[in-house]
Design a protein around this ligand. Structure first.
Ligand code: SAM
Ligand code: SF4
Ligand code: SF4
Length: 352
């Protein structure tokens, strides 16, 4: 008999480069109520067919299997995860897994004011809100929607409800919001949120990404250093994608330098799309179908696909993209025609 408390102990699984499998980004829908130019530049897309979307019971079951091999962190994402009906019910189910230490959410914030309380009560631990600008007219131009005030109201509600931490993620883009770095840091200070600047990435291919729009980690540090004075790195032992820094007044902020300084060497993340395709890298072109064996009740096959998939993993997508720069060969990642045929290839399908 397995002694009490040991039944959930995971057998660690490592890939070809000895990277463990620890975290799962769980996309619960590919739909979104914004149309950010860097992510969903088109108005309409080929959506995942509804009957293929995993039910909450199916997600719960899969997450249970993932905990057996080491997953202990879940991040709910999308598309816009708050568009998935009754998301708190899923959070409640996932929080029953003893192996899951943290359930986090990344959201655009539009529906957060209504849902923050019930998500908190359901057991959600952390919230990250994506916010790229503090200027309503820029927000409208970027997202092609007029919901800036609702995002701010959602952010306020996270604080009121009592979540212990709040992060704000900003994609830093030259010529768009590079003049707002200080404003965003100051806003973060006011509401006690940690701001994280994400380098613009070329996932997908419809977004007209180009290297000259990427505001690099070095440029972000230089710009903030000019205003605040010497910035120090926060020393910590973590596989988190954000590198954290401290301003002279103690304010901590993060940079996720995916484009100029990829962190593939320590990447312990994988992604599950809303229809049960499992991707081992943000840039992976092929996924592993977990829905098919799950729906057949072949749980050992699901386990086998997860184990074999991760053990054979050699993905280093962002590093490979960067290596192309030397040969000036960093072209559009995926052709638009291909993106239109396969919704899985888009950033909004695999959760960012
Ligand atoms: N809709 C939710 C949101 O925006 O927070 C969750 C999904 S979204 C795909 C997750 C994250 O990916 C967001 O913080 C978004 O800013 C980021 N993202 C999307 N496209 C990106 C790109 N091309 N480069 C860098 N980050 C990107
Ligand atoms: Fe913007 Fe997130 Fe929607 Fe993409 S999924 S368009 S980043 S809100
Ligand atoms: Fe991980 Fe792929 Fe991102 Fe590299 S590009 S950090 S391997 S998800």
């Amino acid at each position: 008999m397995i002694p009490e408390g040991l039944s959930h102990r995971a057998t660690p699984l490592v890939d070809v480069y000895d990277r463990p499998l620890k975290s799962l980004r769980l996309s619960v829908t590919d739909r979104c109520n914004l149309r950010c130019k860097y992510c969903m530049p088109e108005e309409d897309y080929a959506w995942l067919p509804r009957e293929t979307l995993l039910t909450f019971e199916e997600i719960h079951q899969l997450v249970g299997i993932f905990t057996e091999v080491g997953i202990d962190k879940i991040r709910l994402t999308g598309g816009e995860p708050l568009l998935r009906r009754n998301l708190p019910a899923l959070v409640r189910m996932l929080s029953q897994h003893a192996g899951i230490k943290e359930i986090a959410l990344t959201t655009n914030g539009v529906l957060l004011e209504e849902q923050a309380q019930s998500l908190f009560e359901a057991g959600l631990h952390r919230v990250t809100v994506s916010l790229d600008t503090l200027r309503p007219e820029r927000f409208r131009a970027l997202t092609r929607r007029d919901t800036y005030d609702r995002v701010l109201a959602g952010i306020d509600m996270v604080r009121k409800v009592g979540f212990p931490s709040l992060k704000l993620d900003t994609v830093a883009i030259k010529g768009f919001n590079d003049d707002e770095l200080v404003d965003l840091v100051e806003y973060g200070k006011r509401i006690q949120a940690e701001v994280r600047f994400i380098e613009y990435m070329d996932v997908g291919g419809a977004n007209e990404w180009s290297l000259d729009q990427v505001l690099s980690k070095a440029e972000i540090l230089a710009a903030l250093g000019c205003v605040y004075g010497p910035i120090e790195p926060v020393r910590e032992n973590s596989s988190a994608p954000a590198q954290r820094f401290r301003l002279p007044d103690g304010t901590v902020f993060g940079i996720i330098p995916s484009t100029t300084t990829p962190f593939c060497a320590t990447c312990d993340r994988s992604r599950l799309t809303a229809d049960g395709m499992w991707y081992l890298c943000l840039y992976a072109k092929q996924g592993i179908d977990l829905r098919e064996p799950l729906r057949l009740g072949a749980l050992d096959e699901v386990r086998a696909r997860i184990r074999q998939g991760w053990q054979m993993r050699t993905d280093r997508g962002a590093e490979e993209r960067k290596a192309l720069e030397q040969a000036s060969a960093r072209m559009r990642f995926i052709a638009i025609e291909k993106l239109r045929q396969d919704p899985h290839l888009e950033m909004h399908a695999r959760g960012g």
